[in-house]
Design a protein around this ligand. Structure first.
Ligand code: PRP
Ligand code: ZN
Length: 301
């Protein structure tokens, strides 16, 4: 008999923070329905053997590496820090990066007190740098051939300079408001980060592999759909070539004759990029009329 645990996929996501809502939305758009456990920390999948565990983001790569969860969605910054730690420890088999997702964009940058002049990496020489990502920062300093002291902070890095605990910081920036509010300006960026899907390094059962393959295919479909539009328009036959050229990221469009019109056709196309007003205006210029742009709900290549 198969224990149910062996066929259920556990996916760890951030409990509360910038990735939570988007990660749940992504899984919901993959067709997953779930009921929330009484402790609110596990969502049990109802129509797929997929359970969501809501945990602290910093714990996610570790849970996946240790095979406590099969999959995890977490920021690239946290993944990179653990990757460097595992390499340092000599760990042979690291978690796999399956897909970079299109949300949770942020960057890891140096934050310098406003009264300090920044003239590139050499400014960092001999300085004390506060960060939550010591290994990423040390790796960067090594590559830049700069000697500096890295002090690890577990949170509230941005107050370190004003407390006299560091000369400058290296921290995540999204809008830039936090650094600004603490009298720091953003200097060089050392890592660009987005939400990323990772998988445990352990060998999985065939059933789990198949479910993960399916889920990944749906995730890719959801990511693609976000940018895609379905466009319908009428066009003079003679302008078809120009109109096809103007349709952003579309493959072979469907050309349909229009009842009662000899020299006019309807064109339907899926555009893999967003369709902006400018494009519609250019299409109109080329002779198109009756244009409609619709969102795409699902897509399977
Ligand atoms: C990061 C970072 C800053 C803030 C920057 O923390 O440590 O506090 O975001 O964002 P801003 O540029 O839009 O002001 P995060 O919210 O990721 O929380 P965590 O570091 O505690 O996980
Ligand atoms: Zn965090």
């Amino acid at each position: 008999m198969i224990k149910t645990d062996e066929v259920r996929i556990k996916i760890a996501i951030q409990k509360s923070g910038r990735l939570t809502e988007h990660s749940i939305e992504l899984l919901t758009r993959c067709g997953l329905t779930y009921s929330r456990g009484r402790d609110q920390l596990i969502c049990y999948g109802e129509n797929m053997p997929v359970d969501i565990l809501l945990v602290r983001d910093d714990d996610i790569p570790g849970l996946v590496q240790e095979n406590i969860c099969d999959l995890g969605i977490v920021g690239g910054n946290i993944i990179e820090e653990l990757r460097l730690e595992l390499i340092k420890k000599g760990t042979k088999r690291l978690f796999n990066v399956l897909e970079r997702l299109n949300y949770g964009h942020c960057r890891l940058s140096f934050g310098i007190p406003e009264n300090v002049e920044y003239i590139g990496a050499k400014t960092l020489k001999g300085k004390k740098i506060a960060t939550t990502y010591p290994l990423i920062v040390e790796d960067y300093l090594k590559k830049q051939n700069v000697n500096a002291t890295v002090v690890e902070f577990s949170g509230a890095v941005e107050i370190a300079p004003s407390l006299g605990k560091a000369d400058l910081i290296c921290d995540l920036v999204s809008s830039g408001a936090t650094m600004k509010a603490h009298g720091l300006f953003e200097a060089d960026t050392i890592l660009e980060s987005t939400a990323t899907l990772i998988q445990s390094p352990e060998a999985l059962s065939k059933t789990k592999k198949d479910w993960i393959k399916l889920l990944l295919q749906r995730i890719r479909g959801v990511l693609q759909v976000k940018e895609s539009k379905y466009i319908m328009l009428h066009a003079p036959r003679e302008a078809l070539q120009e109109i096809r050229r103007l349709l952003p990221g579309s493959e072979a469009p469907t050309i349909i004759p229009l009842e009662g019109f000899k020299d006019k056709v309807a064109v339907h196309a899926v555009c893999r990029e967003n369709v902006f007003w400018e494009t519609l205006e250019e299409l109109k210029e080329a002779g198109a009329s009756s244009m409609l742009v619709l969102p795409v709900e699902k897509m399977l290549a």
